[in-house]
Design a protein around this ligand. Structure first.
Ligand code: ATP
Length: 815
């Protein structure tokens, strides 16, 4: 039989007293009192001074629906291992419920299901009569104050900022937040409110976390081990404050604690073991039933009984069965005695704690049903039917508009709070700021300085057998300007001076020495001129194709290169051949010929760009969006994982923040950082490295921003999929690195196998790179077929990532 079914009736009475001890209001929980109970309560209440004749009457009110009602709750994380096992639990309104149980028995799990963070496999949970998460339940949301077991606060925010954040989420005004902050900082003995959370001690952090759950004066307060690690005096004052909340604000409190005796201060104690309640009664009743002074003894006893299969389970849930002997009168006397003892208890508490709080937040939507001494009739009477209908329709419409604007206002206020939090979190972390804001610019500077520039000072051997001491003879201005003379010198000069510092020419005696140097990695190759090279070249030009072997051999320049480095090899060959062409032109003009004779018979010019375009201009647009994409991906994934790991995300969700709000706030913060990254990166490239953006700079920035937002959306997805940063790193690399290669940033897409190329077109960055390149080097507009497909593809990916992230995020909640 479920534990709740065997509970004896216990009536809890709360008195609303003024500072002078004058009675305002009496609230009876739970259920409607019987006439006998009412009589006893009235008698007890008459002991208190009542207000003047003009004041509203003292009301005795009750609420029939418990604050929390859990029936047959089952939950398991792994099949066959139930964490909640047909658990029943009832938390009366306006009372403190102490949930006790050993570590791992499922306390946090049941609390998570109450606040709507987790869903049951089966069974029912009702919070204030509604299922958590349903529309209008207010759970998660403003009715709830939740202090999770972990600190769950943003480490880089100050106490004041944390309280402002939660206050804004709950739609409080600045004055209300300031008032509550003042009170909570003093009450919970918090240090300087401008201290960051990361600079607080463990106990201070815990108290700040408690303050965050109390800021909005919730109807239901769920505290998961709030007093752990606190000194006894502070623990006592926290309990006193909970009483004050219960008596003055009708707050319902569910609290878990490992200090078993502390739970004695609760109205009801729930003893939990193996996913179900062994007992759920008033502590005094339990102590009486078990004839002990310590709750700890009872916990031990019940656990032992639960362990022993031979024991009568009926007895275990009913205690010693004394209640069965009680007659109706005895039961009534018990209720009255309890009521009276509670009255004196609450009056003591009220004297101890002056009602000093000025904050009045109109959130207590569920007013208690008045059943007591005087009724206050509020039902509309006497209206003619049509007028009533019109009025009610107008009222409905007005209420719809109010709800809508209320919703929109709260939504905007929440998104603002989230955005401010994101910015604060971001700017308080210097490494993050440096990385996110400046890394793209640093990368662009490095890319411009390194990629696409010609190599320099490549050591290259020269074995010139035509002249010994050729370095002196082959000075830049050759003394001999005779046709066909000093040809090796002419070529070497061309090689040395044409391309600046590309080659450092080093004389070598023999080719074999040069080969050794190349093998040792000290040279990139060598060039060798045979003896009488100029003479043989002259003979060869005289005989044309019909020169003899000796002439041919004597006129050949030997080149041997280190081709193990492909790019270095290509650069060397380019330099050697372009120098050779220039050398030929020079030699021909010395002999009276026209240099045009050795020019290629092509007349080429550029449609887009220039014939002297630099590789840098090809690579830069792609490199810019690759880095922006990567950084937004990382920053967003890290932020989401941090938010999840710290527990702040769950805490915000319990406060009513929706996934969409979180995404919008990230959208705003990432959007502005991407704009900054792109603007700074583009300015450096344009002003510092003469990058010419032929098209619209606004369009250039727009493409960068949507790429950044795509990175943000994929980061969000990775952050949701991965429980920690290491997994996110590997998933991110798995996703990003192939995309980087396939995007055609480093190598032209046309070099890829067809199937791979078509596949790469579907990836987020391939066509976007092409779009950006077309804007910078070709000056094309958004509607050009080279531009819009990139914008379309990256937008589709962004939306898809968002939708997938949203779905996964929602499904995670149910686990
Ligand atoms: N997300 C999860 N996935 C798998 N198992 C989980 C998960 N959360 C909790 N558990 C397991 O469920 C059991 C109950 O956990 P829960 O946190 O509810 O215990 P608890 O009573 O609050 O413990 P404590 O007093 O130590 O906080 C534990 O065995 C825990 O390992």
């Amino acid at each position: 039989m479920a534990a709740h079914a065997n509970l004896e009736r216990r009536v809890s009475i709360q008195l609303d007293l003024t500072q002078d001890g004058v009675l305002n209001n009496v609230i009876v929980t739970p259920g409607t009192p019987t006439p006998e109970e009412m009589q006893s309560i009235e008698n007890s209440v008459s002991a208190f001074p009542i207000r003047g004749s003009n004041a509203p009457p003292v009301s005795i009110s009750t609420s029939t629906t418990p604050a929390v009602s859990i029936r047959q709750a089952c939950k398991s994380y792994t099949p066959g291992k139930p964490i909640l096992d047909n658990m029943d639990m009832t938390v009366p309104r306006g009372t403190i419920y102490g949930l006790l149980g050993s570590s791992g028995c499922g306390k946090t799990t049941i609390l998570s299901t109450i606040v709507g963070l987790k869903e049951l496999d089966s069974g029912d949970i009702f919070v204030f009569g509604s299922r958590p998460g349903t529309k209008g339940s207010g759970i998660p949301g403003r009715r709830l104050g939740y202090m999770p077991q972990d600190i769950a606060l943003y480490e880089y925010l100050t106490i004041k900022e944390i309280l402002q954040y939660f206050g804004r989420i709950f739609g409080m005004t600045a004055t209300e937040i300031d008032g509550q902050t003042e009170f909570l900082v003093n009450f919970l003995q918090l240090p300087n409110r401008n201290k960051k959370i990361c600079a607080l001690s463990g106990g201070q952090k815990r108290r700040s976390s408690l303050a965050a759950s109390l800021i909005h004066d919730p109807q239901l307060l769920i505290l998961d081990e709030p007093t752990v690690g606190l000194d006894p005096l502070l623990r006592e004052s926290i309990w006193n404050h909970l009483y004050q909340l219960v008596t003055t604000r009708r707050t319902t409190v569910i609290i878990t604690t490992h200090y078993i005796e502390e739970a004695r201060h609760s109205h009801t104690v729930g003893l939990m073991r193996n996913g179900r309640l062994l007992a759920e009664k008033a502590p005094d009743t339990l102590l009486k039933e078990h004839k002990t002074h310590l709750l700890e003894d009872i916990v031990l006893k019940l656990c032992r009984k639960d362990l022993s299969p031979s024991l009568d389970s009926h007895k275990a849930t009913n205690g010693n069965g004394n209640n069965n002997n009680n007659g109706k009168n005895g039961k009534k006397n018990d209720v009255v005695a309890e009521a009276l003892s509670e009255i004196s208890f609450y009056s003591r508490i009220n004297k101890m704690l002056p009602l000093s709080r000025s904050y009045k937040h109109e959130m207590n939507q569920d007013k208690p049903e008045v059943v007591g001494l005087k009724f206050q009739q509020t039902a509309p009477i006497g209206d003619a039917e049509p007028t009533r209908k019109r009025h009610s329709s107008l009222k409905r419409r007005q209420s719809f508009i109010d709800t809508l604007s209320d919703d929109m206002w709260f939504r905007a206020s929440r998104i603002r709070a989230l955005t401010v939090r994101n910015y604060l979190n971001f700017f308080r972390n210097p490494v993050f700021v440096l990385g996110v804001v400046f890394l793209p610019s640093v990368q662009m500077i490095l890319t411009s300085l390194i990629v696409g520039q010609d190599p320099q000072h490549m050591r290259f051997g020269v074995a010139n057998h035509e002249f010994s001491g050729w370095e002196e003879r082959c000075s830049k201005d050759l003394k001999s300007n005779v046709c066909g003379a000093d040809l090796s010198c002419r070529y070497l000069n061309q090689l040395k001076y044409q391309n600046g510092d590309f080659f450092d020419l080093v004389p070598v005696e023999k080719e074999s020495d040069a080969v050794d140097e190349v093998r040792l990695g000290k040279m990139w190759g060598y060039i060798s001129f045979p003896e009488n090279y100029s003479e043989y070249v002259g003979l060869r030009s005289g005989h044309g194709l019909f020169a003899d072997n000796e002439t041919l051999e004597g006129s050949i320049v030997k080149l041997r290169l280190d081709m193990s480095h492909y790019l270095a090899g290509v650069f060397m060959i380019n330099n050697l051949f372009s120098s050779f062409q220039e050398y030929l032109k020079g030699s021909i003009s010395t002999c009276g010929g026209s240099p045009k004779e050795v020019e290629l018979p092509f007349n080429y010019s550029a449609v887009y760009g220039s014939v002297n375009s630099r590789y840098m201009e090809y690579i830069i647009p792609g490199a810019l969006i690759l880095i922006i994409y990567l950084i937004t991906l990382c920053s967003c994934a890290v932020s989401v994982i941090g938010d999840r790991k710290q527990g702040t995300l769950d805490r915000s969700r319990v406060a009513g923040i929706q996934t969409f709000d979180i995404m919008i706030s990230y959208f705003i913060t990432e959007g502005t950082t991407v704009l900054f990254q792109a603007a700074l990166g583009a300015s450096i490239l344009i002003l510092g490295f003469n990058l010419e953006v032929q098209g619209s700079t606004v369009l250039f920035l727009f493409v960068c921003i949507i790429t950044g937002l795509c990175g943000q959306a994929s980061g969000l997805l990775i952050g949701i999929l991965c429980p920690d940063e290491v997994e996110a790193l590997f998933l991110g690399m798995f996703f990003y690195l192939p995309m980087m290669l396939l995007a055609g940033v480093i190598w032209p897409l046309e070099a890829m196998p067809d199937a791979l190329r078509y596949f790469s077109y579907c990836l987020p960055l391939t066509l976007t790179c092409e779009s950006l390149r077309s804007i910078t080097s070709r000056g094309l507009g958004l509607l050009h077929p080279k531009v819009w497909p990139g914008v379309a593809v990256v937008s589709i990916w962004t939306v898809s990532f968002w939708i997938i992230a949203l779905c996964i995020f929602r499904s995670l909640k149910k686990q």
